[in-house]
Design a protein around this ligand. Structure first.
Ligand code: PSU
Ligand code: MN
Length: 306
């Protein structure tokens, strides 16, 4: 992607030019993921968490046809304004959003592509997309996995979204040669819950150790692709696993009955789970977003120290 096509906010451009720590944030969670006002409050809290560690936050989106890295408050208001009908955008939607001067809220895939293009190496999200349950029937595998695999970006994520088929998501990440590193854990987290029961081979026990892995991948070995840092939600904010699994089963049945397909699946399931758990899943979602933002900032700061 041509970096000249991207409008970079002044503080972000300045930070990148000086080699300072910068952390990208997605905007799909703003426009499709969380209801107002939690969406705006959550993004503000994530930006604050990043600043508190000495890094610069950069929310990405397409604003009236121009890709942006670093949004103003006015950009965020415009992105979530119902009349602007923001699209959920990954790289496959970029050309259409630009050509048609649309607003686009970037998914993990979209955010990775924009971050990579401008040289932002750390990205904090809630949970990446992956292989959906029954993907053997639907072929529904998130664009996120392929784009992470080819972007020079490290994604800090609370595992993958719990609505997914987590064992198969890990298998596809292996196929795509994406390293998955547990942060202070050898267990793959399950978004709202800190342990999916699945093991992951590699771990890093500090931001400095995490940054060492990034330097080895990108500087020493000169490899192109991304890295996943699996950061479990802290115990105090984790949701009850049985409640979550029951809610997911209900949500999946509703999605099937209503014929929900394609990119509508993930937003539908997450909001159905929030409804079924009377907001418990959303509370966990807000906590893990902020925790991931803080951790990504720590790793970005460690990476910037040379
Ligand atoms: N968080 C939400 N809802 C979402 C997403 C995040 O609460 O829709 C976005 C993320 O940006 C993630 C994307 O990258 O959903 C995955 O969607 P899909 O499964 O369609 O690839
Ligand atoms: Mn999909």
């Amino acid at each position: 992607m041509n970096p000249k096509s991207i409008r970079i906010a002044d503080d972000v451009a300045d930070g990148l030019a000086k080699g300072q720590a910068v952390v990208a944030l997605e905007s799909s969670v703003l426009a499709q993921g969380l209801p107002f006002p939690h969406n705006v409050e959550s993004t503000r809290a994530c930006c604050e968490a990043i600043r508190s560690q000495g890094a610069i936050p950069a929310v990405t989106a397409i604003i009236a046809g121009t890709p942006h890295v670093g949004l103003s408050e006015a950009d965020i208001d415009a992105l979530i304004a119902p009349e602007n009908r923001a699209l959920k955008v990954g790289p496959r939607d970029f050309a259409v959003a630009v050509a048609q001067r649309r607003y686009g809220a970037t998914t993990v895939a979209g955010t990775c592509a924009l971050a990579d293009a401008v040289g932002i190496r750390l990205f904090a999200t809630g949970g990446i997309g992956g292989v959906h349950r029954e993907a053997d029937q639907t072929f529904d595998i998130s664009q996120d996995l392929q784009v992470i695999a080819k972007s020079r970006v490290a994604v800090v994520t609370a595992g993958a979204k719990a609505i997914l088929d987590l064992p198969r998501t890990l298998e596809v990440l292996e196929t795509l040669a994406v390293p998955v590193i547990g942060l202070c854990t050898n267990r793959f987290p399950a978004f709202y819950v800190n342990d999916s029961g699945l093991s992951i081979e590699h771990r890093a026990d500090s931001p400095a150790d995490a940054a060492d892995i990034l330097r080895a991948r990108w500087d020493v070995l000169d490899e192109r692709g991304g890295v996943i840092f699996a950061n479990p939600i802290d115990e105090a904010h984790a949701a009850d696993p049985d409640l979550i699994e029951r809610a997911i089963a209900t949500a999946l049945a509703q999605a099937k009955a209503q014929g929900i397909a394609g990119k509508a699946v993930t937003p539908f399931l997450l909001s159905a789970v929030a409804h079924e758990t009377r907001g418990e899943s959303m509370k966990a979602n807000l906590a893990l977003l902020e925790g991931n933002a803080r951790m990504a900032a720590r790793i970005a700061v460690a990476l910037a120290e040379r």
